[in-house]
Design a protein around this ligand. Structure first.
Ligand SMILES: [Fe+2]
Ligand SMILES: [Fe+2]
Length: 222
């Protein structure tokens, strides 16, 4: 059976960052995105540090797991674009974009920014591949059959270097380069779910369905 990933650990994966060669068009696009993101989060330095960590982690994980680094890095930079949207605006955007969470959006407020950002940014960056927006859309909710790129961004959001290394984050980091992307994704998904339960947070009902499909429907990626 062919090896589907490079056996490179979390500690070493950041050395891969310089090995990526983007086309001039991709480099120009990424420069524009980086500069937009830095301006957008100029009042939120900690969030910017997180975002840059996610983009870097996504770029390196993409190399290990044979995903598209450009898509992963773009989504990494843009995934939290609407994180600080004021409450009223967040709720009204849900209506504007006809986002159906299946429950009162107030119950799943922390999940909304991914859905809204994906839709809004499609208008701002029409030349980016659709998969960038899909990865942004699902970075808060996860999904039962993610693309490689969506899985990479979801995992990068959890294990980026500015998050403290403990518990399930430490465990997920230790699995990078040792297990396939599907196993790593399921671990990251379980980590998020367990965090919600352990901190008495509301669990989006569809998360349970996704968990069951991920863990009991055999292979996730085709
Ligand atoms: Fe987010
Ligand atoms: Fe994030």
């Amino acid at each position: 059976m062919p090896v589907k990933f490079l056996p490179i650990s979390y500690a070493d994966m950041f050395d891969l960052a310089d090995e990526i060669l983007y086309s001039p068009k991709q480099s120009a696009m990424l420069s524009e995105i980086k500069s937009d993101v830095r301006a957008h989060f100029s009042d939120h330095p900690n969030r910017l540090e997180h975002i840059e960590g996610v983009a870097l982690s996504a770029r390196c994980l993409a190399m290990i797991y044979r995903a598209d680094p450009f898509i992963c890095e773009c989504a990494g930079y843009l995934h939290d674009w609407d994180k600080y949207l004021p409450y009223d605006e967040m709720i009204s955007e849900v209506s504007t974009y006809k986002i159906d969470m299946g429950v009162d959006p107030n119950l799943v407020f922390p999940l909304l920014h991914g859905k809204i950002s994906a839709r809004k940014l499609k208008g701002k960056y029409p030349d980016l591949p659709e998969e960038v927006f899909h990865a942004i859309d699902t970075h808060t909710t996860g999904e039962s059959n993610p693309s490689f790129e969506s899985a990479v961004v979801y995992i990068a959001d959890l294990i980026e270097p500015s998050r403290p290394s403990y518990g399930s984050i430490k465990k997920t980091r230790s699995m990078v380069g040792n297990v396939d992307l599907e196993t790593l994704y399921i671990e990251a998904y379980k980590s998020t779910l367990m965090y919600l339960i352990n901190t008495d947070k509301y669990v989006w009902p569809r998360s349970i369905d996704i968990y069951n499909k991920l863990t009991h429907n055999n292979r996730v990626f085709n």
